[in-house]
Design a protein around this ligand. Structure first.
Ligand SMILES: C=C(O[C@@H]1C=C(C(=O)O)C=C[C@H]1O)C(=O)O
Length: 464
């Protein structure tokens, strides 16, 4: 990815913008680039509101939003300059190829690097639309009190001229101005009650009992069984309001939203990072073992103590730590982590968490690591092939994007991917919710079902 200096033009002047951009286009064409990236740095803004307003103003509803837990980075992207879809076992490689091809041929003249955004389905065999990657038209990255605005364009076809880039830039500016002038208002949660889940509960308990037999027979060490339910609301769901609620309720989760049209959005507040790489350092999270939060300090502490000292929960957790370390080790990385897990406290639930760190010594693309790690025993089970086999028999529904990776890639092949749990697909007047629980020896079916309800409730109470 060739890089030139960020702009010094007057951001508001068409003449200055076009003069600057025609220079960038010429340089990019000379370098044989297919794409270009220009932009500016501003004081902090709310990337979510700007992205939503841009989607409305432009009619371009392809989007990707992810907010790291505090005090983290917020990334919002919308519109589509280039995109691809894939399916089958080679889907990770296919999207890696697209990311490399795109980001190697982009002339980057913006203060923040351009990124390619990716979403995957849980299963290899899912429809192509579920596995997709795109280079957005607009990208907003907010970190350390600054907002980095980026406009990407294509150098072949219609969008290559400075005039059309100016129009896209101007739309960004006018949207930004309108967002700054409009006070924040978000609709309150809909206060939907958890529906009766008699059928789901029955098939979940049957599944858990079957899993316990398989565990006893030594065929499995862990199986993560999930459940789904659909909530209907006659006027549909407010996507932005739901995200605002998730942001407020789950400050130490990754709040995310991804989709290609208003009628089909996948969003949630996931506590689980799959892997991130930055400046040659890799991080992966082992997250498993759960208890509800207590109503009082005393109850909370008792539950936390129970979680921390439960051999069953510690074993369930350890399976993931070992899987992550072994897989990364096979890829040439040496993992470092604390031998004692810590407790991650969310507003409704608490988990055992181990942060694993490794130095990336030889060049490796983050999507190669995502391909090797997905699905981890945190969302499928162990051994993986057996767990996948039993999931396809015991779960009577498609997981779609639930428990699958989503994230972004940089021109250096670094990036960040999270696991799409605590999530919902919003499709018109329907919200399809998913939640799962890890089953190991000693799991009690009724207790695991209560955990599922707790996880579903988290998403339901944010729906707006
Ligand atoms: C599968 C989910 O969560 C996973 C299962 C957990 C458990 O069983 O203790 C905890 C965190 C996640 O790894 C989910 O939330 O749907």
């Amino acid at each position: 990815m060739p890089v030139s200096l960020p702009p010094t033009f007057d951001l508001w002047s068409e003449h200055d913008f076009c003069t600057y951009v025609s220079g960038v286009i010429a340089a990019a064409q000379q370098a044989g680039c297919q794409f270009l990236s220009v932009g500016a740095a501003l004081p902090a803004i709310d990337p979510l509101r700007v992205m939503a307003a841009l989607m409305h103003a432009s009619g371009q509803t392809d989007h990707f939003y992810i907010e790291q837990p505090h005090p983290g980075e917020i990334v919002a992207a919308c519109g589509r300059v280039a995109a691809t879809v894939a399916t089958g076992e080679q889907r990770f490689q296919a999207l890696q190829g697209f990311s490399e091809q795109t980001l190697n041929h982009i002339w980057a003249a913006a203060p923040a690097e351009p990124r390619v955004f990716c979403q995957f389905a849980f299963r290899d065999a899912a429809t192509t639309a579920m596995n997709r990657a795109f280079l957005p038209r607009w990208q907003i990255i907010q970190r350390q009190g600054h907002a980095f605005l980026t406009l990407n364009g294509r150098l072949d076809g219609l969008s290559s001229s400075e005039v059309s880039l100016w129009q896209d830039w101007q739309l960004l500016w006018s949207t930004l101005a309108s967002v700054l002038e409009t006070p924040v208002s978000s609709p309150p949660p809909l206060a939907i009650a958890l529906p009766s889940l008699a059928e789901q509960s029955q098939s979940f308990i049957i599944g858990v009992n079957r899993a316990l037999k398989l565990l006893d027979e030594g065929l499995l060490e862990k199986l993560v069984l999930a459940c789904t339910t659909t909530i209907e609301h006659p006027t549909g769901f407010n996507w932005l309001g739901t995200l605002q609620n998730l942001r407020q309720q789950y400050r130490n989760c990754y709040v995310f939203s991804v989709g290609s049209n208003w009628q089909d959005v996948f969003l949630g507040a996931s506590p689980e990072r799959l892997v991130s790489i930055g400046d040659g350092l890799l991080w992966a999270d082992a997250l498993a073992g759960s208890r509800p939060r207590g109503q009082t300090d005393h109850e909370d502490q008792t539950l936390r103590h129970g979680l921390y000292h439960s051999p069953k929960e510690r074993h369930e957790h350890q399976v993931i730590v070992e899987f992550l370390c072994q897989t990364l080790d096979q890829m040439g990385m040496t993992c470092e982590f604390s031998t004692e897990p810590r407790i991650l406290e969310l507003s409704n639930i608490q988990h055992l968490q181990t942060l694993i760190q490794a130095r990336v010594c030889q060049p490796i693309h983050i999507l190669e690591i995502v391909a090797a790690l997905h699905p981890t025993p945190a969302v499928a089970g162990y051994p993986r092939a057996t767990a996948r086999y039993w999931l396809s028999h015991l779960e009577q529904f498609d997981r779609h994007g639930y428990a699958a990776p989503l994230g972004w890639v940089t021109p250096q092949g670094e990036g960040e991917f999270i696991v799409g749990i605590r999530s919902a697909h919003l499709q018109g007047q329907y919200a399809h919710l998913f939640a799962g629980a890890g089953i190991v020896k000693g799991s009690e079916p009724e207790r695991e079902w209560q955990e599922i309800l707790l996880k579903l409730q988290a998403m339901i109470s944010a729906l707006a």
